[in-house]
Design a protein around this ligand. Structure first.
Ligand code: GLA
Length: 754
């Protein structure tokens, strides 16, 4: 179940059926409390005459039914204006030929591999007698609030699958997951388990996905869906930068503003896979969950396995609206609630690019004094403060304050940071160990490994096997202790390599591959329990940049680090790609030094600020190199940011001009949820010939209301009215005077009280 429960999976027996009947989840309560009165349909419904289930929001309907064979057949997913009598009873396909009989071509909600079936199954198991055939038929269901649960069972063996559905009545975003239960009395092995199969209406599509690598994350890829299967995946043990577990499917010609889009994101921070393939009838199926590569999960009699949650939605409003729906959903239903933290994301300072590993009390104090001068609210000390950590060859695992660098401990630094009006944050990388560390010298068996085989290092470090109970408890205790004895408001939780040799030798061979599930469950367990024990704690998910950003980790963290690439121009496309799936409210963006270390590009401080102000602002520059003018610029722009950050972090984002595909221009606009404020950022790479900067037409304003224009940076052309209607700014637009190289402007439009 999507773990909006107040329970954490108990270690070891987390997959047993003892926990089958959990209390009503917070998730369901949240959704139920936001039901929109007067919606055409109930959020969930079942028609006993046709055996059709519907999940509905005011804009979206999703329907499936039980067909005459007992299969759970997908029926409809799209605009809500489909009348009930247009939702037919489920009827299996006739099949296309003897090569493609009906069992394979009929779109099922959760097809198991069995019978005649040739596309990607959601579930594949193997029994001890050699049987691998599994055919799931409807057994029973329950409905409540916005939740549907359907129980399926194999036609002869007592293997049951509980399919869980929730719909957010606001956005129409669905949450699906499955629980696989073994009641056969003998062990069985789950070889492949998806959270869901999504069947889309029959038409041709283009697939959008996000790919990248270290310091070059969040490329938006677009390709036609061809008859072959497209695989998006991570085999890395964590989410990864290579692909992100997000997809969108839309017919060719769909734009930012117009056209149907089906989109989804998997809430899992371990190895994952999403496959996209048309079936023989050219209907596109999207199946996602645990990555079946190297996967095997043995279920003893009476045990069960929960899949991650796969979220998905539909909009007729183009890719821009798909992103806005996801952003709102993440802010409302995925991220930890803001309740104990009354403000938006604080403006932070981070020491990494300024000092690297060379941290000490005097140096950090000096940076903190300078940071306070420009209005920083959170001071974060990055890597280098613990153990023998003078470079990346030693110390990871030894989470003890270095007495050489901090002879008085962290407290004097923390107290001074507080006195300067900031709270204090610290970098940690708990899941890793350098072989040159006390922890590894004492516990060489604590890392992922196959005995007698090499232990491949990445950044001179190995991955602790968090699936082990002792490792989990050790890390929890060390971090709990650190947080209990120091007033730490924030942890930057890093993770700087992927898995290799993923052995778990303490387990029986047939249970070792459970590491793919148990590791991530224990990571979530630690994060959740730390948050419970330290309710004011905020956490950033970082993995050498954007290597662990997904809806699973976002449930337990407050912000993410999208990329180690802090070049402000590269960041424009990185941030653009990021926002297809994730809200700018969690997108940390630092202002760093120029020329930038990534590419030696030189840019003005103002340009760097404006690029970072599109997300959650931070400063990562070496402030000791700044002159008075730099401090003045920074003080002014930090103050400006504080006045507009709620709109940027929690408003509706419009990607007006995309920086992708080598464009010289880019622009984004954020509009507050009540349309009272709009913030426009515009960037120019370089002027060419005598072309003017494109005229920018705003979006999402109230056409009747009047808005006053205020320039935060840059200038509009002469004659631009200081105040005009929303209709004017949207239809006539605004002409900015941007010329030269790496220029930027920022504009605020505030609704005028009338
Ligand atoms: C990773 C992070 C950086 C920094 C270093 C510290 O690369 O992405 O921001 O924290 O680790 O070693």
């Amino acid at each position: 179940m999507w773990a909006f429960t107040d329970e954490c999976p108990p270690q070891g027996r987390n997959d047993t059926m003892r926990h089958q009947h959990r209390s009503v989840t917070l998730w369901m309560m949240l959704l139920a409390s936001t039901q929109v009165l007067g919606a055409a349909r109930e959020p969930v419904d079942y028609n006993p005459d046709t055996h059709v289930f519907t999940l509905s929001s005011p804009h979206v309907t999703y329907a499936f039914g039980v067909n005459e064979r007992g299969e759970l057949q997908s029926l409809y997913w799209g605009d809500h204006r489909v009348p009930d009598d247009a939702l037919p009873a489920a009827k299996p396909d006739t099949g296309s030929s003897s090569f493609d009989p009906s069992t394979g071509s009929t779109p099922q909600e959760y097809p198991a591999w069995g019978s005649a079936f040739y596309t990607e199954p959601a579930l594949k198991v193997s029994f001890p007698d050699g049987n691998r055939d599994l055919v799931l038929h409807y057994l029973s269901h329950t409905l409540s609030g916005s939740h549907v649960s359907v129980l399926l069972k194999d036609i002869s063996r007592d293997v049951r699958v509980e399919l869980r559905y929730d719909i957010d009545p606001d956005s129409g975003i669905l949450a699906r997951s499955a629980r696989i239960e073994n009641h056969t009395g003998k062990p069985l092995s789950v070889q492949q388990a998806a959270a869901a199969t999504w069947n889309l209406p029959s038409r041709s599509y283009e697939l959008y996905s996000l790919s990248g690598q270290w310091a070059s994350e969040w490329h938006l890829d677009r390709r036609p869906v061809l008859p072959s299967q497209t695989v998006l995946e991570s085999r890395r043990g964590s989410t990864g930068e290579q692909n992100n577990p997000w997809f969108a499917l839309a017919p060719a010609g769909t734009s930012e503003d117009v056209g149907p889009v089906w989109f989804g994101a998997l809430a899992w921070s371990g190895s994952w896979r999403i496959t996209v393939e048309p079936d023989i009838m050219r209907r596109v199926r999207v199946t996602g969950g645990y990555n079946p590569f190297d996967f095997s999960y043995r279920l003893a009699p009476g045990e069960s396995l929960d899949t991650p949650v796969f979220f998905a939605g539909y909009t007729p409003g183009g890719l821009g609206e798909a992103s806005r729906l996801l952003h709102r959903f993440e802010l409302m239903h995925v991220l930890p609630p803001l309740a104990p933290h009354p403000r938006a994301r604080p403006v932070l300072y981070n020491s990494w690019e300024a000092t690297q590993f060379n941290v000490n009390e005097a140096g950090q104090l000096k940076l903190a004094e300078m940071a306070a001068r420009i209005g920083i609210e959170r001071f974060v000390m990055d890597d280098g403060w613990f153990g023998a950590r003078d470079n990346d060859h030693a110390g990871l695992g030894d989470w003890v304050v270095s007495p050489r660098k901090f002879p008085r401990g962290l407290q004097p630094l923390i107290e001074r940071v507080h006195a300067l009006g900031m709270d204090f944050g610290l970098w940690v990388e708990p899941e890793m160990v350098n072989p040159d560390s006390d922890l590894y010298r004492h516990h060489p068996d604590w890392v992922l490994n196959f005995p007698g085989r090499p232990r491949t290092q990445g950044r001179n470090q190995l991955v602790l096997n968090l699936a082990r109970r002792d490792v989990r408890d050790h890390l929890f205790n060390v971090l709990d202790d650190l947080l209990t004895h120091n007033d730490i408001a924030f942890l930057k939780w890093d993770y700087n390599r992927n898995w290799s040799e993923p052995g778990w030798p303490e387990q029986k061979p047939e249970d070792q591959q459970k590491v793919y599930v148990a590791y991530v469950q224990n990571l979530y367990w630690i994060l959740q329990h730390l948050r419970e024990r330290h309710p004011k704690l905020e956490i950033e998910s970082c993995s050498g940049g954007g290597g662990r950003v997904d809806l699973g980790i976002m449930r337990l963290t407050d912000e993410v680090w999208p990329s180690d690439n802090t070049d402000p121009f590269d960041r424009l496309s990185i941030q653009d790609g990021f926002t297809y799936a994730y809200t700018p409210g969690v997108m940390m963006a630092w202002v760093t030094d120029s020329p930038n270390w990534v590419n030696q590009r030189s840019t003005s401080l103002e340009y760097r600020f404006l690029s970072s102000m599109q997300g959650s602002l931070g400063i990562g520059a070496d402030l000791s190199h700044w002159n008075g003018q730099d401090f003045e610029t920074a003080r002014r722009l930090v103050a400006e940011y504080k006045s507009l950050r709620t709109t940027v972090q929690r408003g509706n984002l419009y990607r007006l001009i995309s920086p992708r595909d080598g464009s010289s221009y880019s622009a984004t606009e954020s509009v507050s949820s009540d349309a009272g404020q709009a913030v426009l950022f515009a960037f120019l790479h370089s002027s060419s010939l005598r072309y003017p900067y494109p005229r920018i037409h705003l979006k999402g304003l109230d056409p009747q209301a009047r808005y006053r224009l205020r320039m935060v940076a840059g200038n509009p052309e002469e004659g631009t009215p200081p105040e005009a209607s929303g209709a004017h700014w949207m239809s006539d637009g605004i002409q900015l005077l941007l010329k030269g190289d790496f220029q930027a402007a920022a504009v605020v439009l505030d609704r005028v009280a009338q």
